[in-house]
Design a binder for this molecule. Structure first.
Ligand code: UDP
Length: 362
C-alpha cells in the first residue's frame, strides 16, 4: 500500500509530521512517498520542521516557490502528474488549503488516483481568500475527507458531501501540540529575554492583511500600541517582512518593544505560545495552538474557519479596520483568565486514526 503525500508550506509540515509518524506504526504496512513542492523553502520556513519534527526526507523536491498563483499551481500540477505516473500510489494525501493542496488533489484526480484531504470542510465563506478556493476544490475532488470538527462535517454536508467518505477525525495539529510540546527544550523565552505571561506573541501573514497597505498600517499601529503595555514578539513571515520594508510602516516604531524576529521552528513556537499572555494572529494554526495551551487569542481578521473557538470565548475576532478595536480586544483578552472548555479538537490520536483509515482503505 503506497501513499503519496504532497506538502509545501509551513502548516503542512506540522500536520504531516504527525501522520507520517503514524504511518510507521500502521498494519497493513504503508509506504509513504513525500513530495515537497517548495512553496516554502527557507531554512526557517521549511528545513527546520523536517529536522526538529523528524519528518522523513521528501523523495521529491520541486522548488516551485516564489511564483504567482497561476504559475505555481500549474507547474506543481505538471510536476506532480509526472511523479504520480511514475510512483503509481494507491492514495494521494493532501493537507489544508494551500496551492500545493489544490495542485496535488487536481493532479491526482485527473489520473483517477483517490485523494484524501486532511483538514477537510473548513470554510471562511470568504471566496476572496485563495485558501478558501483551494480547500473547496480539494474537498470536492476528494474520496476521503478527514474533517477535524463537527462544524467542518456540517459545512461539507451543506455542499452535498456526505456519507462514509467524510470521517470526523479530530485535528492532527492537536496531536502535534501534545507530542512536540513535551520535547520542546524551553529555552526560547530565556534566549529572547522574555518573562512567562508578560509578552504578546503575534504572527501576521495572510494576503488579505499583508497585501492591503491600509490594513497593514492598522495592524502595525495596534501592535505598537500593545507594545506600550508589554513587549510584542513578532516572528515575522517573509511575505510580511517584505511588505513592511516596502511600505516603511515600521519607521518610528520602538523596536525594543515591538520585537521582530525571524520565523522560529515549531519547538520554539510552542514554547512561546504556551507562555504568551495573549496570542495575536491571522494564522489558522496559531489560533488553535493558543487554545491548546489555554492562552487567550485575538484573531486579526473579519472571520475565522475555527468558529468554535470564538463561540467558547477562547478567541476574539478583531478585524483590522481600527487600531483601537484591535488594542481593546488584546487588552480584554489579556485580562481574561477563564480556562477554555477542553476537547474541541479530538483526543490527540487523530493522526493515528487517519493513518489506520488509509491503511485499510486500499
Ligand atoms: N509556526 C512556527 N514558527 C513561526 C510561526 C508559526 O513554527 O514563526 C507554526 C505554528 O506553530 C503553526 C504553523 O506554523 O503550527 C502555522 O502556520 P502558518 O501560520 O504559516 O499557516 P496557517 O496555519 O495560517 O495556515
Amino acid at each position: 500500500m503506497k501513499v503519496l503525500t504532497v506538502v509545501g508550506a509551513r502548516p503542512q509540515f506540522v500536520k504531516a509530521a504527525t501522520v507520517s509518524r503514524a504511518f510507521q506504526a500502521c498494519r497493513p504496512r504503508v509506504d509513504e512517498v513525500i513530495v515537497h513542492t517548495g512553496q516554502h523553502f527557507d531554512q526557517n520556513m521549511s528545513a527546520v520542521f523536517f529536522e526538529e519534527m523528524q519528518i522523513p526526507k521528501p523523495q521529491y523536491q520541486l522548488e516551485l516557490g516564489g511564483l504567482g498563483h497561476g504559475a505555481m499551481t500549474g507547474r506543481m500540477m505538471e510536476s506532480i502528474e509526472g511523479i504520480l505516473q511514475q510512483e503509481k500510489p494507491d492514495w494521494v494525501l493532501v493537507y489544508g488549503d494551500t496551492n500545493s493542496t489544490m495542485a496535488g488533489a487536481l493532479a491526482a484526480v485527473k489520473l483517477h488516483i483517490p485523494v484524501a484531504h486532511v483538514e477537510a470542510g473548513l470554510r471562511s465563506f470568504n471566496r476572496a481568500m485563495p485558501e478558501e478556493i483551494n480547500r473547496i476544490v480539494a474537498d470536492h475532488v476528494s474520496t476521503l475527507l478527514f474533517a477535524p470538527t463537527e462544524v467542518a462535517v456540517r459545512n461539507l454536508a451543506s455542499e452535498g458531501i456526505t456519507g462514509s467518505k467524510v470521517v470526523r477525525s479530530g485535528d492532527v495539529m492537536y496531536d502535534a501540540s501534545l507530542f512536540y510540546s513535551e520535547r520542546a527544550s524551553g529555552q526560547a523565552l530565556e534566549r529572547l529575554g522574555l518573562e512567562p505571561g508578560q509578552f504578546f506573541l503575534a504572527t501576521i501573514h495572510r494576503a488579505e492583511n499583508v497585501d492591503d497597505p491600509g490594513r497593514l498600517e492598522v495592524i502595525v499601529g495596534a501592535l505598537a500600541r500593545c507594545a506600550q503595555t508589554m513587549p510584542v514578539l513578532l516572528p515575522i513571515h517573509p511575505r510580511t517582512r517584505k511588505k513592511l520594508a516596502e511600505t516603511g510602516l515600521l519607521h518610528g516604531v520602538d523596536a525594543s518593544k515591538l520585537r521582530l524576529i525571524d520565523p522560529v521552528g515549531y519547538l520554539d513556537m510552542v514554547q512561546l505560545e504556551k507562555h504568551a499572555r495573549v496570542v495575536l494572529t491571522d494564522s489558522g494554526g496559531v489560533q488553535k495552538e493558543a487554545y491548546f495551551f489555554g492562552v487567550p487569542c485575538v484573531t486579526i481578521r473579519h472571520e475565522t474557519e475555527w468558529v468554535e473557538l470564538v463561540e467558547c470565548g477562547a478567541n476574539r475576532l478583531a478585524p483590522p479596520t481600527s487600531v483601537q478595536a484591535v488594542v481593546d480586544a488584546a487588552l480584554a483578552a489579556a485580562a481574561d483568565r477563564r480556562p477554555p472548555p477542553p476537547g474541541l479538537y479530538g483526543d490527540g490520536q487523530s493522526a493515528q486514526a487517519i493513518a489506520n483509515t488509509l491503511a485499510c482503505a486500499a
